[in-house]
Design a protein around this ligand. Structure first.
Ligand code: NDP
Ligand code: OXD
Length: 306
């Protein structure tokens, strides 16, 4: 079996070594233009040339959960596209989002500023009931985040394409219930895949439906959010602020207003990192299952684009 590795921005050696150990007998090499045809590919944001040359692939294994970059390319039609399915990311996402919600709810930035200014001051505690959190996307990551948030006794809501049944989480589904979901939320967490249906989903018209004092946590993709609309709603006082991990252009350009904007906290696409060893083990297992004709978790539905 031949596996080709084409992960832009990723140091290949440890992945090659890990895949070779996990799949003894497989030939695993970094892709170069003109390389021999492979059976499977391990990829992250590969160029179109990669797929133009590697037309016989049976499996394309993405070393991330989001496949939006792949969906922009023309892929070999017979190849199965498989994404990472948690692989250590859901716990990180739960940590990051709970941190963001609690930091905002407990006014920890304001306390920090007070302390730095030498002030020993108290703020009136907020009521949890007044901070309903809505999670967009109740898939592998969103479900874990929503469940973890219930531990802190926030009212938690979730929105997805299909209705979910989750303890302590009020579920909304489909376009028909989107408005009700937004109106019931004050803090909005985005964990949707980026697809033609979800691009620009956080814009003036939708974010205006959040309860006053709303707060945005975007950990999915930058193109879900219309940046200027977020700024306008913070300026108008409708939104209190945002914590953003993902951006339309990454790294965030130096001149972008988010770097310095009051009440917007940014992090460099780090909310849930790909864990190499767990990912290698998962991909190796998926390759074995695919080759044995067994079901593979995390198979991308090309019609839905996630
Ligand atoms: P999943 O595919 O498991 O979950 C996607 C969820 O979104 C599902 O609940 C799905 O609904 C819902 N959904 C999709 N389209 C729509 C729609 N049009 N309307 C309503 N709901 C919709 O993905 P993951 O949870 O694994 O990952 C989510 C995203 O997180 C990734 O696509 C990626 O962009 C981002 N990500 C970001 C990282 C970071 O470091 N910032 C790291 C990892 C991922 P249903 O359940 O009904 O199908
Ligand atoms: C992913 C990511 O999609 O890292 O896994 O953003």
């Amino acid at each position: 079996m031949r596996i080709t590795f084409c992960c832009i921005g990723t140091k290949p050696e440890p992945w090659l070594a890990g895949l070779r150990t996990a799949l003894p007998g497989a030939e695993v090499e970094v892709w170069q233009a003109g390389a021999a045809a492979a059976d499977h590919a391990v990829v992250w944001t590969p160029p179109q040339q990669f797929f133009d040359e590697q037309t016989g692939l049976r499996g394309i294994f993405n070393i991330g959960a989001g496949v939006d970059a792949l969906m922009k390319l023309k892929l070999p039609s017979q190849a199965m596209v498989v994404r990472l399915d948690d692989a250590g990311m859901s716990v990180q996402m739960a940590e990051y989002v709970c941190h963001a919600v609690i930091r905002h709810f407990r006014e920890l930035d304001a306390y920090e500023a007070d302390v730095r200014a030498g002030r020993w001051s108290y703020r009136k505690p907020s009521e949890r009931a007044e901070f309903p959190v809505g999670v967009m996307g109740l898939g592998v990551l969103g479900a874990r985040v929503a469940q973890t948030l219930t531990q802190f006794e926030f009212p938690v809501m979730g929105w997805s394409r299909s209705l979910k049944v989750m303890d302590g989480v009020r579920s909304f589904a489909g376009d028909a219930q989107f408005r009700d979901f937004l109106q019931a939320s004050r803090v909005l967490v985005n964990l949707l895949p980026l697809t033609p249906q979800t691009e620009n989903i956080m814009r003036l018209e939708t974010l205006s439906l959040l309860q006053r004092g709303g707060y945005i946590i975007n950990v999915a993709r930058g193109a879900h959010l219309v940046d200027a609309d977020l700024v306008a709603l913070i300026d108008s006082g409708h939104l209190a602020g945002a914590m953003l991990d993902v951006f339309r252009s990454e790294p965030l350009p130096v001149e972008h207003p988010f770097w310095q904007y009051p009440n917007i906290t940014i992090t460099p696409h780090t909310s849930a990192r790909t864990m190499r060893d767990l990912s290698i083990a998962q991909i190796a297992q998926k390759i074995r299952s695919l080759d044995a004709g067994k079901p593979v978790a995390g198979m991308v539905d090309m019609q839905r684009a996630y």
